[in-house]
Design a protein. Structure first.
Length: 272
């Protein structure tokens, strides 16, 4: 039990640092290597700069909003519950009642807890689900866009051909071997590693996004699905999505702004 908690706390500290490091590296690669080399001051340069900044600003903005609007109890409950020896809940949280969980990592009572996100270092629940989903959308878009430009840069700068679909699958192991043999420069090897980092993060965030949107449309949380609870809701999927994204949901897709407000009464209506 103590080892699992230590592992989770360590992950809770490392994941945000990893995210910010990958973000800074991505920005540097775009402005110092990709855009100057691929577009070469063409009219499309400004368009790609605007597109990249739009994706990054929204990813970082919604990341910040996810942290600034934690899904904690409005009453500020922090007293940990007494756990029975046969408690079926996971080691990181305990189910209380009415959709409330006590998160051991956050040390707070969380309303409508969905899961604990290690990349943000807090729980995803009633107040920050919308920002978490948008964070996943724009992070996935940033990574996949960086993947495309990274492939284009390797093609232009190092004359690598990606016409064969198997090229990408064999690129990493071959690059590792060539790098230690001194056949390729360190920058090329680093770019190959970043291609796989962007692919992994992009696909992971896209998967999280699809899963969370489906759960929100059902009026369900990941905790409820994991426990096998069937939510008997009378609300339509449109109403469930509106509760999370707000009426100004379209504005939230363009600018990382607060588009949904939760009052105590609204929160009580959403409880199981």
């Amino acid at each position: 039990m103590q080892f699992n908690m230590l592992r989770l706390r360590l992950l809770n500290s490392i994941a945000p640092a990893y995210f910010f490091t990958a973000t800074v590296v991505t920005i540097i690669l775009h402005f110092c290597f990709f855009i100057p080399t691929i577009f070469d001051r063409s009219p499309a340069t400004l368009l790609h700069i605007i597109l990249f900044l739009f994706l990054v600003v929204n990813a970082l903005g919604n990341y910040t909003m996810t942290i600034c609007y934690p899904a904690e109890s409005a009453q500020g409950e922090v007293t940990p519950p007494v756990c029975a020896p046969d408690c079926p809940d996971r080691v990181d949280a305990h189910y209380l009642f009415n959709g409330r969980h006590f998160c051991k990592l956050c040390k707070k009572v969380i309303l409508r807890r969905d899961h604990h996100c290690f990349f943000t270092g807090n729980c995803i629940g009633n107040r920050n689900m919308r920002y978490f989903i948008m964070f996943c959308i724009y992070t996935s878009g940033t990574c996949l866009y960086s993947l495309v430009l990274g492939v284009a840069y390797l093609t232009v700068e190092y004359s690598l051909s990606f016409e064969n679909p198997l090229t990408f699958l064999t690129l990493l192991p071959l690059s590792i071997g060539y790098f230690f043999l001194g056949a390729i420069p360190g920058l090329q090897f680093f770019l190959v590693l970043m291609l796989y980092v962007w692919l992994g993060i992009g696909l992971t965030c896209a998967g999280f996004c699809c899963q969370q949107i489906l759960l929100v449309a059902r009026g369900q949380t990941w905790c409820q699905m994991r426990k096998g609870q069937v939510v008997q809701t009378r609300n339509s999927w449109r109403s469930n999505l509106s509760d999370v994204f707000g009426r100004r949901w379209l504005l939230g897709f363009v600018v990382p702004l607060q588009t949904a407000e939760f009052t105590q009464d609204e929160t009580a209506d959403k409880r199981d």
